[in-house]
Design a protein around this ligand. Structure first.
Ligand SMILES: Cc1cc2nc3c(=O)[nH]c(=O)nc-3n(C[C@H](O)[C@H](O)[C@H](O)COP(=O)(O)O)c2cc1C
Ligand SMILES: [Fe+2]
Ligand SMILES: [Fe+2]
Length: 409
């Protein structure tokens, strides 16, 4: 039952759907407060534009809201800022009901469209600078790719200084009061969404913010959670700060960070880790530190990985595998830009010793630079083997400092 239709600005209404019951989103996110699939209708003197749709199961609410505001034959444009199913779920049905409407997507969305709707539909591509007119309303498109899919874009409604930002500035936070000054405290959801969805794409966030900076923004209408109308700059500043944080810390301290993550049951891999760390730390310009994976929280893993220029992982071989916390550590790379970090692995073993190689392989897929072979020691390391660990640390550190010719292994 649709009670009322929220008016976002003079010509824009909310026609999305609320999902109070969802508790996990996209597998990787917990949604304690549910979420919303925001969609908007813009009315101009010469027709209507629909901004995004909703998740398929929520189509009925979307169409009900839309029908309260316009006739299908008034729709001139359907804009999909992002083709993920939570926003494209009702697209096919909408295009059937409004066959005259022109679909507008980004250039990078073209290849995805066929994977989303299986029939051929006509569309038009929008890159930065493309403008459409609804008579007295003008919508300009901005290419803001990889936030968080390659296809994503944003748009700006000039007359109302309103930014349709796509998933950018979104929150998984269900609250039908809709506006940031009326809903409950969604600050944790806003940060959580950034950390899990936007953080791996910080460079693209900064590029998008630069583009947004050319416009006077009075209102931000994202694809999830509250519409931001009190002080949009506050949210823009948050994204800017979070996206430049790591660089800021590095500039402050100057040194490169090398982190040795390890786990050990009988101290063997631990002893190796100590020597690797000492060796690495002896190289000028490197600050090396070691962390016992047995007691490292996931949030700290993500932060440490992000700050590290080199990531060295030590694991004993247990039942033919590396230990689970080592895999959990690498799984955290999903939240980060991985390319370019130096990686290496080592560990003590009893008879087969495959753990370091397995970690090395996984790091290759994650696009680490892997200049040295994994280092393995059978059971308790000898003095010579500990010296080899020290030298291993030096090698990785020197390569991280750019002092040696790098070889891909
Ligand atoms: C439950 C268990 C399973 C193990 N499985 C293997 C194995 O599959 N392959 C192997 O090379 N060593 C295996 N080992 C031997 C350990 O890798 C070896 O004891 C190693 O030195 C432990 O290093 P740590 O003291 O750093 O934990 C196993 C040890 C335990 C306790
Ligand atoms: Fe998305
Ligand atoms: Fe989304």
């Amino acid at each position: 039952m649709i009670k009322s239709i929220a008016q976002v600005s003079p010509s824009v209404h909310f026609i999305g759907a609320f999902d109070p019951r969802i508790r996990t989103f996209d597998i990787i996110m917990k949604t304690a407060n549910g979420s919303s699939y925001n969609s908007y209708l813009v009315r101009g003197s010469e027709g209507v534009c629909v901004m995004d749709t909703v998740k398929k199961e929520f189509s009925a609410d979307f169409f009900k809201r839309l029908e309260l505001l316009c006739e299908y034959d008034e729709i001139r444009y359907i804009v999909l800022h992002h083709l993920e199913p939570d926003h494209s779920g009702a697209l096919e049905e909408l295009m059937t009901r409004a066959p005259q409407a022109k679909l507008i997507i980004s250039g990078r969305a073209v290849m995805m469209l066929k994977g989303i709707i299986k029939t051929d539909v006509p569309f038009e591509v929008a890159n930065t600078g493309k403008v459409i007119s609804l008579g007295d309303k003008t919508i300009e498109f901005l290419s803001t790719p990889f936030l968080h899919w390659p296809d994503t874009m944003s748009s700006y409604l000039h007359e109302e200084k309103l930014l349709f930002s796509g998933d950018v500035f979104g929150s998984h936070y269900y609250d039908e009061r809709l506006f940031d000054d009326e809903v409950g405290d969604f600050s944790y959801a806003f940060k959580y969404y950034y950390d899990h969805i936007m953080r791996p794409f910080k460079q693209y966030v900064l590029q998008a913010l630069e583009l947004y900076g050319k416009f006077d923004i009075k209102l931000i209408a994202p694809l999830h959670g509250p519409v931001l109308r009190t002080n949009p700059q506050f949210y823009i500043d948050k994204y800017a700060a979070w996206s430049s944080e790591a660089k800021f810390r590095k500039h402050t301290f100057g040194n490169k960070m090398l982190s040795v993550f390890y786990m050990s049951s009988y101290e063997n891999t631990h002893k190796m880790a100590q020597k690797v760390t000492e060796g690495a730390d002896s190289v000028e310009g490197i600050v090396a530190s070691m962390y016992d994976l047995a007691s490292l929280d996931e949030n700290n893993m993500v932060d440490l990985l992000e700050e590290s220029d080199a990531v060295v992982i030590g694991s004993p071989t247990i039942n033919g595998d590396a230990v689970k916390p080592a895999w959990d550590l690498l799984a955290c790379m999903a939240y980060l830009e991985s390319g370019g970090k130096v990686g290496a692995s080592f560990g003590s073993y009893g008879w087969t010793g495959e753990a370091p190689e397995m970690l090395h392989d996984r790091m290759r897929w994650l696009k680490f630079r892997l200049p040295v072979k994994p280092l393995k020691v059978k059971l308790i390391p000898t003095e010579e083997e500990l010296q080899a660990c020290f030298d291993f640390g030096i090698d990785i550190a020197e390569i991280t400092m750019g002092k040696m010719v790098e070889m891909e292994i």
